[in-house]
Design a protein around this ligand. Structure first.
Ligand code: 26V
Length: 808
């Protein structure tokens, strides 16, 4: 691979002058942060040079541009990743060493932008990485939140949220593109006027804000393609500073206009809290859609003139979930109101251009907005949505049996609500789920009526992960070992990891892989000691569940298991299990009481168990605060058991399951989401599956014969005891008992079937950990997981999107 620096010497010279240029200091006097900042800016400027070249190439070739609209991009730190992708990591590392600095130390100073909640936002970032690697002209379009997802601290076992001021010291990767700012209007009233015998509409008296884009380069591995992520920030359109108010001493009032505009891009919504009635969120959604579409059409006009019918040949717009669902109506608005196309012509262009990915079947997560709120904020857009809805209804085939049901379930406007998922499906030529089972469930439950009407629109795109970030960069020891035996082609082509199967029975390779795992565990232990003064023992099994807290993900089942093992050890000192450290990490949405109580329970159980000498030889519990991309990259490589224990049918795909598999952890999981594909690839012997299947869950729910109390009564000694301990002060010392968890489980009749799967889960865990005693067999399965994980590279995912949806 060609490097961006011809030699170490050249790098050192450029770097020294960069530090001088931006700090006015020489290297020796610069602070560590100055050194990081200058390095990142140097790499960013090289990236932008390649980006310009990439863009010129695309413009010249007339290649289709793909725009990936997502209200979240959880990109993680970029410095190490871009050095790797540019093939400059070793050279820069040595150059810094010559200067007396350490690359890893500098990388640790980079802010970790939390511009996303979890899986959905991280997927968007992985797909950007893979688009650049595959040479796709692919661009992210999203929001630049001033404050990312809250930072999590743990106090008395409780989650405490503080603001994430990731921009406080500046962000070296972004460039502000004032020249590309777009005016966005809210509210106002629609005015019709006639021109040449046809009615047209415009909106008057809108409240306008300025959307200002910031561009972040996306460097593809190999360094040949650099794409970009464009994120939007809001500002007042003009300085409406109220001098009179200021002179009266009303400073806040004087600046109110600025505050109102800036509020739109101020915060990322914690998306599992239910967002009904939150006007700012609706403004965010329209803002990044309208600004993004405006940019796309400007580029298209510039490059291709005005043959709008050709738009779908040169542009694909992908909507990540329903948050960008206004893409359809907004594109219609511009084509008919401003470009003066006829409805049918515009509609054909829109549907050929748009595609949509669904990421959840949770009914409470399906986005709707009240018609009242929507039509007031976006009156013209609402009219267009009404027209789309009316035509959908008029064109409906009313000769079909049961058409009334089909129509009701597929309607865009219903019961005073705008249903964003239905809008997305109707405006798109492609609808996909994110794992095989998820797409099946979409087709047969949530979107079954659409599937009955247009089965060809539906397809599956099983998620993937960047194997470069989550294996090569996060797990350098393992990466070196892999490269030593199969060469480094796997960085480019993850299917090459399959060549590791040859080494699954090579004792010396397994031995070395195990040593790397041991070092990764020690690295995580050092992090916990340094950052949180928590001591964990790398000689124990690292059993890991890291993800957002949600009832369906069943962290509760995991902690019940831990309570049960604790109880059994206390009752019987001869009860033996393999020594294990149970590791949790993840955030709970701030208004999600049950999830927060689950965090408090875990910490309370940890508090008791970790201080109990009777059990400490076999168990400890560790909650890692503030789960985010950067500490995730330390956790995955250290994991040996991957807990993927959602109620079957509920987790659309999961992606931590893939990251953990790739790093050699064995999955302890239900047949849910992409776990099913993991088992299919690695084989049932390499994972440990337990619990009800999605069909069994559905059947149980339909029959209505399940009673949580039956489970309690049938296993008073173990499960019953665990339930009782929620309220009997066993774990109350830290900050009280857990009545609400007990009530939630017992009064909802165990909605997530925690009690139902408890027995088979604990059993499966015991069987799995018992096999740890045979290290060769364990290590063989671990390496086998890595060897069969290549298919989960997001490079594969993105090729499927490119070939089957975008045709780019
Ligand atoms: C949103 C909401 C909003 C209201 C209350 C409950 C709730 C629960 C979850 C969500 C998130 C929905 C979107 C999402 O993040 N889905 C995740 O997408 C990942 C990438 O495709 C996938 O791996 C995860 O399984 C899926 O949960």
């Amino acid at each position: 691979m060609e490097s961006i620096f011809n030699s170490k010497q050249e790098f050192i010279e450029c770097y020294r002058s960069q530090i001088m240029a931006i700090t006015g200091k020489d290297f020796e006097h610069a602070s560590d942060f100055d050194r990081f900042n200058a390095l990142a800016r140097l790499i960013a400027s090289r990236a932008r040079t390649v980006q310009t070249a990439t863009d010129n190439r695309v413009a010249k070739s007339g290649k289709k541009r793909v725009y990936y609209f997502s209200i979240e991009f959880l990109i993680g730190r970029l410095l190490d990743n871009y050095l790797l992708n540019f093939g400059a990591r070793d050279l820069v590392c040595q150059g810094l060493r010559d200067l007396g600095a350490d690359l890893d130390d500098l990388c640790d100073l980079e802010p970790d932008p939390a511009l996303g909640n979890g899986g959905l936002g991280r997927l968007a970032a992985c797909l950007l990485d893979s688009m650049a690697h595959e040479g796709i002209a692919g661009y992210g379009n999203g929001m630049r939140y001033r404050y990312g997802l809250f930072k999590q601290e743990i106090l008395d076992g409780r989650q405490v949220e503080t603001t994430d001021e990731w921009l406080a010291s500046g962000y070296p990767w972004e460039v502000r593109r004032q020249d590309k700012a777009v005016t966005i209007g809210f509210g106002g009233r629609v005015v019709g006027y006639e021109d040449g015998g046809r009615m047209y509409y415009r909106t008057e008296d809108t409240q306008d804000v300025l959307a200002v884009p910031y561009d972040i380069p996306v460097v593809g591995y190999g360094g040949k393609t650099v794409n970009k992520l464009r994120v939007w920030s809001t500002e007042p359109l003009e300085e409406h500073f109220d001098l009179d108010a200021f002179n009266r001493g009303s400073y806040a009032e004087a600046d109110a206009h600025r505050a109102d505009a800036e509020a739109i891009s101020a915060i990322l919504y914690p998306n599992d809290a239910g967002e009904h009635g939150r006007l700012l969120r609706l403004k965010q959604e329209y803002l990044f859609v309208a600004a993004g579409i405006s940019t796309i059409l400007d580029t298209f006009r510039l490059e291709h003139g005005r043959a709008w019918s050709e738009l779908p040949d040169f542009v694909a717009i992908h909507t990540n979930d329903t948050h960008p669902a206004m893409c359809g109506p907004e594109l219609m608005r511009i084509l008919i109101d401003e470009e003066r196309l006829g409805w049918d012509e515009a509609w054909s262009i829109v549907t050929k251009t748009l595609s949509y990915t669904n990421h959840t079947i949770l009914p409470e997560a399906l986005e709707t907005w009240s018609i009242g709120t929507f039509s007031k904020l976006l009156p013209r857009l609402y009219q267009i949505i009404e027209e789309i809805a009316r035509r959908w209804q008029d064109d409906f085939d009313k000769s079909r049996t049961g058409w009334q049901d089909l129509l009701r379930n597929t309607a865009i406007l219903w019961d005073g609500q705008v249903r964003m998922a239905n809008l997305s499906v109707i405006c798109s030529h492609s609808v996909n789920g994110v794992a095989k089972i998820h797409t099946d469930i979409l087709e047969h439950t949530v979107l079954k009526d659409f599937y009955a009407l247009m089965p060809d629109k539906f397809n599956n795109k099983t998620n993937g992960i960047s194997h470069r970030r989550f294996l090569a960069e996060s797990n350098p020891g393992y990466a070196r070992l892999i490269t030593e035996v199969i060469g480094d082609a796997w960085l480019d082509d993850a299917s090459q990891l399959a060549r590791l199967t040859e080494f699954e029975s090579d004792p010396s390779f397994l031995e070395r892989a195990a040593r790397v795992k041991r070092e990764n565990k020690a690295r995580l232990a050092r992090y916990m000691a340094a950052e949180h003064a928590i001591s964990i023992d790398p000689n124990t099994i690292f059993d890991v569940q890291v993800k957002r807290f949600h009832s369906y993900k069943r962290q509760l089942l995991n902690i019940f298991k831990i309570m049960d093992i604790y109880n059994r050890r206390i009752s019987d000192p001869n009860f033996a299990v393999a020594p294990t450290t149970f590791i949790f990490s993840g955030k709970a949405a701030s208004s999600y009481a049950f999830a927060k109580e689950t965090i408090r329970l875990i910490n309370s159980v940890a508090d008791v168990i970790n201080a109990d000498a009777r059990v400490n030889e076999i168990m400890r519990v560790c909650f890692i605060p503030d789960f985010r991309v950067s500490n995730a990259q330390l956790i995955y490589p250290a994991a040996e058991i991957s807990e993927q224990i959602s109620t079957a049918g509920m987790e659309a795909s999961g992606t931590s399951n893939m990251k953990l598999m790739m790093n050699g952890a064995i999955t302890l999981g239900t047949l849910d989401g992409a776990n099913i594909e993991i088992v299919n690839l690695a084989g049932a012997d390499s994972e440990m599956i337990f619990g009800l299947t999605a069909e069994e869950v559905e059947e149980l729910r339909e029959k209505g014969t399940y009673f949580a109390w039956d489970m309690y009564n049938a296993d008073r000694a173990r499960l019953g005891r665990v339930i009782d301990e929620l309220t009997d002060d066993t774990f109350s010392a830290l900050s009280g008992n857990f009545e609400s968890i007990r009530n939630e489980v017992m009064q909802s009749n165990d909605a997530n079937l925690v009690m139902k799967d408890f027995g088979s889960y604990v059993d499966a865990w015991e069987r799995l950990t018992a096999t740890y005693a045979d290290p060769m067999s364990w290590n063989r399965r671990s390496v086998h997981n890595t060897a069969t994980s290549g298919w989960f590279s997001s490079d594969r995912t993105i090729r499927e999107y490119r070939d089957e949806i975008w045709h780019a």
